[in-house]
Design a protein. Structure first.
Length: 149
């Protein structure tokens, strides 16, 4: 009998752990890495979004640069910009941002051959999650479903 009880306990323990993880994800209480805990940006934010915008997220694009998301509390607008770590001859660069709930075709995007940065692109997304990305010569960076407040 003890082997069966141990087997039932082990199964209960696995079920309980799965249920706790599901509950944590559903309530948002599972801590995920934030920009403060993330690696420092490869390239510094250049202020391209203008006054009133503060950096709320960033992602590295390998060693080539960083894509930044900024937010203006007074207007409810997000702004995204892709910044090269080592400016030089023009290379293909992209930056885009969209509300997570919108189709991909609704993304605000800037792409072309740039020496320093792509963007800025602006999106009104107060109280909504955003998907954002940057790309430099084929290397991508960004995230989906973030900055929801």
């Amino acid at each position: 009998m003890p082997a069966i009880q141990n087997g039932k306990f082990s199964m209960f323990k696995k079920f309980r752990n799965a249920a706790l993880l599901t509950a944590a994800l559903a309530t948002g209480s599972l801590a995920l890495a934030s920009p403060a805990a993330a690696a420092p940006p490869v390239a510094p934010y250049n202020g391209a979004c203008g006054s009133g915008y503060g950096v709320v997220n960033h992602a590295g694009i390998g060693s080539k640069g960083t894509v930044f998301v900024t937010y203006n509390n007074s207007t409810g607008y997000n702004c995204a910009v892709t910044v090269r770590a080592n400016p030089g001859a023009a290379v293909e660069m992209v930056v885009s941002i969209k509300r997570t709930s919108d189709p991909a075709s609704a993304a605000k995007m800037d792409s072309g051959y740039y020496t320093t940065y792509a963007g800025p692109v602006y999106l009104h997304a107060a109280d909504q999650c955003v998907d954002w990305m940057g790309r430099i010569t084929g290397s991508p960076g960004g995230d989906r479903g973030t900055n929801c407040g």
